[in-house]
Write a protein that binds this ligand. Structure first.
Ligand code: G3H
Ligand code: 13P
Ligand code: ZN
Length: 357
């Protein structure tokens, strides 16, 4: 099966009322584990690669080859290959020209990926990139607002990706009216919003309530922009069971809280269509490797460690496909080519999904 664009996939999710987890991958094994779960659950899939994966770990050729091989191995599961957090025109345009079907132009931060930008800078760079991507039929996700903690007011670059320093409440919570203006001007296909989540394991120091994880802000944005596909970054749940597994088998992970899956389910009711998850996958795989190593001290074949970690990842991924309502939808989607998507953009069929509420 050909790779699918983010826009086509999220349009289907919106029309049917479900959300799609977007899993970060760095290698073949994560890809195979996620696709095994997708096959079992009949789910469409978003696989995303960070700039670190593209530039410092696997490289574009490897990531694009892996995902195209997965598309052949799992012909019944549409796959979107998405560039996560591009901060420059070249990051996004090079992704699309390398074979990605979607890219995130994260203009909420300057090109260093650390300094919050101005609104006009964000509109300018995002609309330019969105126009170029649409000429090829690829999709663009933009971001308005800055990820960070409503508890401490601190930005978060825990996993090396995100702003640095103090943020004010206006930056930490995306404004619905500004969001409407942003989507209209930039013509993005999906909008990442800020609602108190951040990247990495240390999102909250306690079980989050609406003061520190504002699903009500998502509701307000959705009321203003009922047709826009919203994206929730920093959406790992950091399950207590995985924290325990890591610590039981030799890790040292201080107690922390993530985004409860039930809160993501509420977000999906309010227009969240793409749910970004990386940390949970990392925890599942490294926790299972620790457990395997401890319980099997005589084994030295790395494949055994990796297979054990893939099994744990499959459990997590299947759970999210089921809980987000993604399961059962792969067979209902009939991917159209990027060339056809490009024609549709040119015909004006994909005007930004901004409806005056
Ligand atoms: O942006 C979120 C990802 O978790 C980034 O991960 O840059 O370490 O690949 P990475
Ligand atoms: P987590 O760190 O919560 O998994 O978030 C990942 C993410 O938002 C990638 O863009
Ligand atoms: Zn993110």
């Amino acid at each position: 099966m050909k790779l699918i664009s983010l826009r086509q996939l999220l349009d289907h999710a919106a029309d049917s009322g479900y959300g799609v987890p977007a899993f970060n991958i760095s290698n073949m094994e994560q890809g195979i584990a996620i696709m095994n779960s997708a096959k079992k659950c009949d789910s469409p899939v978003i696989l995303q690669a960070s700039l670190n994966v593209r530039n410092r770990y696997a490289g574009d050729q490897m990531i694009v080859a892996i995902v195209n091989a997965l598309a052949k191995m799992y012909p019944n599961n549409p796959i979107c290959l998405h560039q996560d957090h591009g901060h420059t025109e070249s990051a996004c345009v090079s992704a699309v020209s390398s074979g990605f079907t979607s890219a995130m132009m994260d203009g909420s931060l300057m090109s260093d990926g650390k300094t919050p930008s101005s609104y006009s800078y964000n509109v300018d760079i995002t609309s330019r990139v969105s126009q170029i991507a649409h000429w090829t039929g690829a999709s663009i996700e933009g971001e308005l607002g800055v990820l960070g903690s409503l508890e401490s007011g601190e930005a978060s670059d825990e996993d090396g990706s995100g702003a640095v320093g103090k943020l004010d409440k206006e930056q930490l919570l995306t404004d619905p009216d500004e969001a409407a203006d942003f989507v209209k001007k930039t013509k993005v296909d999906a909008l990442a919003i800020a609602c108190g989540t951040s990247h990495g394991a240390n999102k909250f120091t306690r079980e989050p309530d609406d003061n520190i994880l504002s699903i009500n802000q998502i509701k307000a944005i959705h009321e203003r922009l009922p047709d826009t596909h919203l994206v929730m970054h920093g959406s790992s749940s950091v399950p207590q069971s995985l924290q325990e597994m890591i610590n039981e088998y030799g890790g040292d992970m201080p107690q922390t809280w993530g985004v409860p899956v039930s809160e993501i389910e509420r977000g999906i009711k309010y227009g969240v269509r793409k749910v970004n998850i990386d940390t949970d996958c990392r925890m599942a795989m490294s926790g299972a490797m620790r457990r395997f190593a401890k319980l099997n001290p005589k084994v030295f074949d790395p494949r055994e460690f990796i297979l054990a970690s893939m099994k744990e990842l499959e459990k997590l991924v299947s759970d999210r496909f089921e809980r987000f309502g993604t399961a059962g939808n792969a067979k209902k989607i009939h991917p159209i080519s990027l060339a056809e998507m490009a024609d549709r953009y040119a015909d004006g069929a994909f005007e930004p999904r901004v409806k005056a509420a």
